[in-house]
Design a protein around this ligand. Structure first.
Ligand code: F0G
Length: 459
């Protein structure tokens, strides 16, 4: 018989997780003011809040940590990381940062001023936050197909070239400091961008003299999808695809907590020395000296090793097949999801799951609360709460998609956990008609409100 697929690793260390009762969970989520970020992780059975910093490091990463060089300047760990970044991404210069948003902070302090326009494909919330904090604007140029969850398209992260060119034509060059391409595009459902699209974006950007940066948190997952879905690259290695992808960028920001499988870390990659030197000032001010920038030597060592492991085909296949394993079960139950499934998460289409709830009642958040109560599974809202208010009008922004994301940590859960999650969601789906009331906001922060918002059930 044909041998079945099996994980490309085995488990060496385990962590106990605890079940709770439904009654306990009703109480816990109430105490958390219906904000999933406020729950204690010990009250969560399967935690799919994020795939960021939640992965399991390998034996090789843990042993690399013991070899960390904690010198302030000139540490061997810094050079090890520099070598790994150069080899994998092709970027000559880099600055270490403590995580992805810190990389955004340093880069944008260097490049963005008030009134600027930053086109891209559904910018991630911290990216958008850092743009708007500087009184600049993020313009979403994602292809329309991304907003139709049932429409099958191999690269729903792609940029619509017409939308992009409209922006580039509309504003003067001085007001567009960069184009930000997010790979994979988290906000549209962990969806990849094709090399063909990257190439076309770069060509257009060159025509208008604007640099292109990649928000690269999940660049390796993006490369895996290219290998599977873009004919020209089916025989290429992941590493070669990665190098090809980055050849269409002038620089990158990285949250290493995702595809580099570390619990903390980030960096900025640059092709040009001049911009790197400008950014160095902000790195030293906000993050630390350029040889460590927010990371300890051991963290840089683990990150260097993680970059190699995260770009191995067998690892990526195991990971992305697990996401699809969960996604397919949900689909088989008739549950509406973003399709094809993303690289890091399954995104449930909450508007179609709960069609009777008005958009003002935070549909995806309501679904997230119900799923927690049902089985102690924690997802995260990618909807109206996250979309925040318009910085000018202060009105709520209602995004086209209300999604509940179930993000799968790397190398952490087994497929039995995925079966458990699928059954939990199915049980909520079976009683969806009884869910007739959503949530309302009691208190919110002026920016990035979803982290700290407090909510109450509608009467
Ligand atoms: N860019 C993307 C595409 C991201 O998904 C994230 C984080 C960041 C930048 C910021 O990186 O967290 O290291 O500061 N995403 C996490 C998530 C938080 O749950 O999707 P960070």
């Amino acid at each position: 018989m044909e041998l079945p697929f099996a994980e490309s690793y085995k488990i060496k260390v385990v962590e106990t997780i605890k079940r709770t009762t439904r009654e306990e969970r009703i109480q816990k989520i109430k105490e958390a003011h219906y904000n999933l970020f406020n729950l204690r992780s010990e009250d969560v059975f399967v935690d799919l809040l994020t795939d960021s910093g939640t992965g399991a490091m390998s034996d090789k990463q843990w042993s690399a940590m013991m070899l960390g060089d904690e010198s302030y300047a000139g540490a061997s760990s810094y050079y090890k990381l520099k070598e790994a970044i150069q080899e994998i991404t092709g970027f000559e210069y880099f600055l270490p940062t403590h995580q992805g948003r810190a990389a955004e902070n340093v880069l944008f302090s260097t490049m963005i001023k008030a009134g600027d326009i930053v086109p891209g494909n559904s910018h991630f919330d911290t990216t958008k936050g850092h743009i708007e904090f500087r009184k600049a604007h993020a313009v979403d140029c994602t292809i329309n197909e991304a907003f139709h969850t049932e429409l099958d398209h191999p690269f729903k992260g792609n940029i619509d070239l017409n939308k992009l060119e409209d922006v580039l034509k509309k504003y003067p060059r001085e007001r567009i400091p960069l184009i930000m391409v997010t790979i994979t595009c988290n906000s549209s459902g962990g969806q990849p961008v094709s090399i063909e699209n990257m190439q076309a974006v770069k060509k257009l950007a060159e025509k208008y003299g604007i640099p292109v940066f990649f928000d690269s948190a999940r660049f390796a997952e993006n490369a895996y999808f290219i290998k599977l879905r873009e004919e020209a690259y089916k025989n290429w290695s992941i590493r070669d695809i990665v190098r090809k992808m980055f050849s269409y960028a002038d620089g990158m920001t990285m949250s290493s907590k995702k595809d580099a499988i570390v619990n903390m870390g980030g960096f900025i990659g640059f092709r040009e020395r001049e911009l790197f030197e400008k950014a160095t000032l902000y790195n030293i001010m906000f993050e630390g000296f350029i040889n460590y920038g927010g990371m300890s030597g051991r963290d840089m060592n683990a990150l260097a090793q993680g970059l190699y492991e995260g770009t191995e085909f067998d690892y990526l296949e195991t990971r992305i097949k697990q996401v699809a394993y969960l996604g397919q079960q949900l689909r088989d139950y008739g549950i509406p999801t973003q399709y094809p499934f993303g690289g890091h998460a399954v995104f449930i289409d909450a508007k179609r799951f709960l069609p009777n709830l008005p958009k003002e009642q935070f549909i995806a958040q309501t679904l997230g609360v119900e799923i927690y109560i049902e089985g102690g599974v924690r997802g995260v809202e990618i909807g109206t709460l996250l979309a925040d208010r318009d910085p000018d009008t202060r009105e709520n922004r209602y995004p086209e998609l209300e999604l509940l994301r179930l993000a799968i940590p790397r190398r952490v859960y087994t497929n039995n956990h995925m079966d458990y999650v699928a059954a939990t969601v199915k049980n909520v789906f079976d009683r969806r008609n009884e869910i007739t009331k959503g949530l309302k906001i009691i208190k919110e922060a002026p920016i990035l409100r979803h982290f700290t918002v407090t909510l109450e059930r509608m009467e």
